[in-house]
Ligand binder design. Structure first.
Ligand code: BES
Ligand code: MN
Ligand code: MN
Length: 454
């Protein structure tokens, strides 16, 4: 629509500067010293909602970081879109690998560099700006509710209860989320699935104290040696996970579904080149797209113990630790997989060590329909602004709350993401293309328009 284009064009600089201001707030949800930054960020988001034209917006406290809720109800008889996003970010470290400050956004070659630029401040804020475009040009075709949380990166522990407690307030016809990636701007795509997650931490204890590795070495179990062997044993020679029962509920795709998935544009050479690896590695008899899209994984996220300081210290450590996460696919259940892992890990511990296993956060996998009215509205919106039909893909990441939208609110979700896999989310030098930001703001109103045309 011409009025949308004009309004966006006239306010381009402000739209960008407002995002840069938001990116200056270090809203790292996992670090308690940033608690006030999360509150400040929530306040800023609330004020932006009001400025965009929301009738009301509020910062809702939780036992953790607050949830920001805003709405613009133009006619209860019209459809309602519930937008979900998050204003919290992952820690920025390792800091020395950033070429500019993670919370001092800069634009280089048309890309915004900052923690949260893509995940998810940049993408979440497109919805606030898209609402402004529609509200200020009096062209809003439906009701809009926005729920922006501050604990996505730490497992959304308080959002489930918020859904339970606010079913009436959150009543809607669809959930719209921009927190995923596209293949590229030339091959726009829509993710139609997210993996689940089961995140564990393990502790292996050998002797009751650190020992001299010469005096005792060879006679007493070294917990780091043992932990490495236990971890290594959890994949077989085909890179299958060896935890008994792990694959029991995994939904296998049929040949046609696998073909459709592998028809998406993907260049293995470019993939390897971009990551500077000489080969890919994963579960035997599955392609790279299948390995990340429809197959579960088990990965060590961190491992520590013993001496890691400068120089050498001859020590046989008392303890070893690891953080291990499993990505899950339909119909695996996070709690069941956590239990299987814990039982298996305990069962493979050799004599001479004690093990302790704890579960961190988890989340269920989801598949979003590609034949629904809502998906078709998203598809049409992308056709309108990109001139191409988006390709449905399966994303490898997780957004645990999406499964709860369905379970608690009975709502399906559309994942209308505009990130790119190489946006370095969770990594140093996270970026988001200015082009993607404005393309998102341009595309979102069309979703609302087409979704409202029943
Ligand atoms: N936005 C990501 C998830 C994502 C990224 C989905 C790219 C699809 C494509 C989200 O913020 C995220 O990082 N989720 C975490 C899970 C959470 C429980 C910490 C993840 O996937 O590791
Ligand atoms: Mn995210
Ligand atoms: Mn994230």
């Amino acid at each position: 629509m011409q009025v949308w284009k004009e309004y966006q064009e006239q306010n381009k600089d402000r739209f960008l500067n407002e995002l840069l201001d938001l990116l200056r707030i270090p809203s790292v949800s996992s670090q308690s010293n940033h608690k006030d930054d999360l509150i400040a960020c929530a306040e800023a988001v609330k004020n932006h909602m009001l400025a965009a034209g929301c009738d009301k917006a509020e910062v809702c406290p939780t036992p953790g970081h607050p949830i920001v809720y805003g709405e613009k109800i133009i006619d209860p008889a019209l459809p309602t879109v519930l937008v979900y996003g998050h204003y919290d970010v992952q820690p920025a470290d390792p800091l020395h690998l950033w070429t500019s400050g993670p919370f001092e956004p800069v634009i280089v070659d048309g890309k915004i560099y900052a923690r949260g630029a893509c995940d998810d401040k940049g993408q979440m804020f497109m919805h606030v700006k898209a609402l402004e475009v529609m509200a200020k040009t009096n062209t809003l075709p439906c009701n809009v509710k926005l729920m922006i949380e501050g604990e996505e990166e730490v497992g959304s522990n308080n959002l489930g209860k918020f859904l339970e407690d606010n079913k009436e307030k959150l009543k809607a016809d669809i959930v719209l989320v921009s927190d995923t990636s596209m293949i590229s701007m030339d091959s726009p795509s829509i993710e139609s699935g997210l993996r689940g997650l089961a995140y564990m931490e393990v502790e292996v204890t050998g002797p009751n104290r650190d020992l001299h590795s010469g005096v005792y070495g060879g006679a007493v179990a070294n917990p780091i040696n043992v932990l490495c062997k236990m971890i290594a044993s959890m994949h077989d020679e085909n890179n299958h996970i060896t935890i008994p029962g792990f694959y029991d509920k995994v939904l296998e795709l049929n040949a046609a579904e696998r073909k459709a998935l592998n028809d998406a544009p993907f260049n293995l050479d470019e993939y390897k080149k971009e990551l500077d690896i000489d080969d890919v590695r994963g579960e035997a008899s599955y392609t790279t797209l299948e390995r990340t899209g429809i197959r579960p994984t088990l990965d060590v996220n961190g491992i520590w113990g013993g001496y890691t300081g400068e120089g050498a210290k001859t020590v046989l450590p008392s303890k070893a630790y690891a953080k291990i996460s499993m990505r899950l696919v339909p119909n695996q259940i996070s709690d069941e997989i956590s239990d299987m892992f814990a039982n298996h890990f305990r069962s493979i511990a050799p004599a001479g060590v004690k093990v302790n296993v704890t579960a961190h956060h988890g989340g269920e996998p989801v598949v979003t329909p590609t034949d629904s009215h809502a998906y078709k509205a998203a598809e049409k919106a992308i056709i309108t602004t990109f001139g191409k039909t988006p390709i449905p893909t399966r994303g490898g990441g997780s957004i645990p709350i999406v499964a709860l939208f369905e379970r608690v609110l009975g709502l399906k979700t559309v994942l209308l993401g505009f990130g790119l896999d190489n946006d370095n989310i969770h990594s140093p030098n996270e970026k988001y293309d200015v082009f993607n930001y404005f393309k998102g703001i341009e595309t979102i109103p069309y979703f609302h328009k087409y979704f409202s045309e029943k």
